[in-house]
Design a protein around this ligand. Sequence first.
Ligand code: PLP
Length: 408
Amino acid sequence: MFDPIQVRQDFPMLRQGKTMQGHPLVYLDNASTTFKPDCVIEAMNRYYMDETSNSHRGDYDLCYNADRRIESARHAVAEFLGAEDKEIVFTAGTTESINLVAYGYGLKFLKPGDEILLSVAEHASNMMPWFRIAELTGARIAYIPLEDGKITVEGLRKSLNEKTKIVAIAYVGNVLGYVAPVKEMAKIIHESGALFLVDGAQAVPHLAIDAKDLDCDFLAFSGHKMCGPTGIGVLYGKYENLCKMDPFLTGGGMNVKFSKDATSVCLPPPMKYEAGTLNIAGIYGLEAAVKYLASIGMDNIRAHEESLKRYAIEELKKTNMVTIYNEDAPSGIVTFNIHGVFAQDAATLLNSKGIACRSGQHCAKVLPEELGTVATVRASFYLYTTKGEIDALVEAVKKGGDFLDAYF
Ligand code: PLP
């Protein structure tokens, strides 16, 4: 097991004694984005300070070096996921990865009457692209019913039918942090002949993943939620699917040739989906991030987050001042409300004590109906979160009482 106090020394945002509202900064919004360790910042700086060049476009050493670095990063990401290099497409993040599948696969293959199966707990980025594709193709959106906020195999079985062509759900939900049984789901979905896209934005940063073992068709995730840079992400796709799909973006870098008669020939995947100049600094940074996380150990990170979660639940419950919506979720996300305090007011109160938490609907705007509340506060942990930070959260929640006294 690693020592989170030691780990904090790797992060400039954590070791420089930053304050917010005059209090030591307590950053509990890691489901939104994470801090970056030195190795990630250094890797990006190396590109800008010492190795700047475009990739796949030049016949000189600097350019060959960028090509080599990109392929080395692709290999590092593939290894991290138990995938093959040719199955790793660099994108801008989860949102772009899901749009790529929606437009590249959905638009090409879906027909009127086909069904796209989602859950009401999905993030906007795993709902809106499908709404658009349904509108464009005449396909229908259907939902797997949740059981106490969770996606279950039984719920999936009830919802699948011969019309279901694509199932797209989050491995770990970004509001409640429940972990979907994706391996069992993949088997059932494939038996019914549909494809399975897994939104891994909240999973890949926190769980050991073996894409081949999960057997999903696509897995989308973002670098910035896993100690990497913003603006870089990945679409993992089984190679046969990547071969069948159409590109979502076209242009330089992804074609073999194009002619005046408006015909063109694409490069094979993954380059087929990497049009335009890539986020090369982001790719350098992402490689450093996956190597950093692998060196800490994904099982260690998960165990640390789960133990923090148990501690947070215990301590928050002792206050008798909160409703917790996801007590049994096995991840580092605690979603709650302080009795009598609107979620956004609660987040403002926490801010006044130096604590950064997300509040509102967390981009999952259909889920609150299911939870019976319009908004929640979300505290989300990562490898550098400490018990002391949870104590600070609990103390600030207790101050919620003072907040109420001031108004009533
Ligand atoms: N899916 C889930 C489950 C998320 O939590 C997020 C971001 O919060 C996204 C998709 C979108 O990620 P990005 O904004 O990095 O594209």
